[in-house]
Write a protein that binds this ligand. Structure first.
Ligand code: AVI
Length: 320
């Protein structure tokens, strides 16, 4: 067996329990109850998400993988060798694997909110790419400004695949990309995957797979809250709903209460009327113009872009 040369550093920046509870209660006390999509991603949620990406209706992962695999050499020409590659929300680290041989980064910084899942994924990458230095950071996207990166002359390039940007409101997306721009500096770059605006049927089907995996993923957020708050949500008393909001160009996911009920959340009673929902996710879809404008607005310029054969999904390389 090949000897491992990696250094694998682990940094835990997981938010404090009281901040988590306050954030959840704040969302559940709004007139339209909301929950941040980050609460999908406990270990089981991260596994369910992986399973979503294998469903026939959920095209984004397959389309993006195709682009990354086919265009890796071209992408590498733009990104350049030896960069420090930073991936917020890396999940299973499965996308970066398609690029590592071509990009030859000097260091890979893998960030995710789900700590066990992150460690397993980062260790697997370490095993398969023994020459690569890896830093695994347990943190959420809002903590990017506090991230301490190794002082190094390497160019910094953020990698943000999977259309995770779509899960941010336009305002959050702007703030996030400004933080990324600050993090990568004046000679940095951004390699980002964005799901494209398309017909409502394709989008609705992608978030309502026949096998019910997306439904299980959505409902698992309640099981996650039961454990961490704690709370006593009955997952049988809610159902998954997902639809395309054409005007806002976003898929919305909701958890709909099947009856009038009251739930204990961290010692507080939260009431639900039948049909009332918790808005648990937005997944914004972008046109090329939408994305280019957003990039410009946040200090980036699109240098190149690639799409799959059916133009379902785009990958952009932006320079600071
Ligand atoms: C992670 N994110 C980009 C996925 C999406 O498509 O918005 C999460 C997801 N939600 C339901 N299915 C997949």
């Amino acid at each position: 067996a090949k000897a491992l040369n990696n250094r694998l550093d682990f940094t835990d920046m997981h938010p404090a329990q009281q901040d988590v509870v306050a954030e959840v209660l704040d969302g559940l006390n709004q007139p339209q109850k909301t929950l941040s999509p980050k609460f999908f991603y406990d270990e089981r949620g991260s596994q369910l998400f992986e399973s979503i990406t294998e469903q026939p209706e959920y095209y984004p992962t397959r389309a993006e993988r195709m682009v990354l695999r086919n265009k890796a050499p071209d992408i590498a020409r733009h990104v350049g060798e030896g960069a420090m590659l930073i991936e917020p929300g890396c999940g299973s680290c499965e996308k970066v694997r398609l690029l590592l041989d071509a990009l030859q980064p000097s260091r890979y910084v893998a960030m995710d909110i789900s700590s066990e899942f992150l460690l397993t994924a980062a260790n697997t990458v370490a095993g398969d790419f023994p020459e690569l230095d890896i830093q695994a950071v347990c943190a959420d996207f809002s903590q990017l400004d506090d991230l301490e990166l190794e002082a190094s002359p390497a160019r910094r390039v953020a990698f943000f695949p999977g259309s995770t940007l779509g899960n941010f409101t336009p305002e959050m997306a702007r703030n996030f990309l400004r933080s990324v721009r600050h993090m990568v500096g004046d000679d940095g770059g951004l390699l980002i995957g964005v799901d494209r605006h398309k017909d409502a049927d394709t989008l609705t089907a992608a978030y309502n797979d026949q096998a019910g995996v997306t439904a299980a993923f959505n409902l698992n957020a309640l099981t996650h809250l039961n454990r961490i708050l704690p709370a006593d949500f009955d997952t049988e008393a809610f159902r998954h709903r997902a639809f395309y909001n054409t005007d806002a160009r976003r898929v919305e996911m909701h958890l709909e209460s099947l009856r009038d009920q009251s739930v204990q959340c961290a010692g507080q009673r939260v009431g639900f009327r039948v049909g009332e929902t918790i808005h648990s996710e937005n997944s914004y879809k972008y046109t090329d113009d939408d994305f280019s404008a957003l990039a410009r607005d946040t200090g980036f310029a699109v240098e190149a872009d690639w799409s799959d054969a059916q133009s379902l999904f785009s990958v952009f390389y932006c320079r600071a």
